[in-house]
Design a protein around this ligand. Sequence first.
Ligand code: SF4
Length: 75
Amino acid sequence: MPGLFIDVQVDAKVARDAALAAKLVEVCPVNIFAKGEDGALRIVEENLDECVLCDLCIQAAPPGAVRVVKLYEEG
Ligand code: SF4
């Protein structure tokens, strides 16, 4: 389930890449990413709305692999 304001979507291939998962866990300032017991990336749903739209996760991943989706209209 997405947050109220933000959803973060991660390409399934990236989510299984342990090194990339670790990188995403490290870069997000509000801990939206976590590593599951199987080593795969997990989205911490209760933190989604803390997203500050810093784009660090998008820069850390291959192009298009991570999407931060605003669920509200701007302006
Ligand atoms: S944009 Fe920033 S705060 Fe939002 S999920 Fe990515 S790294 Fe975390």
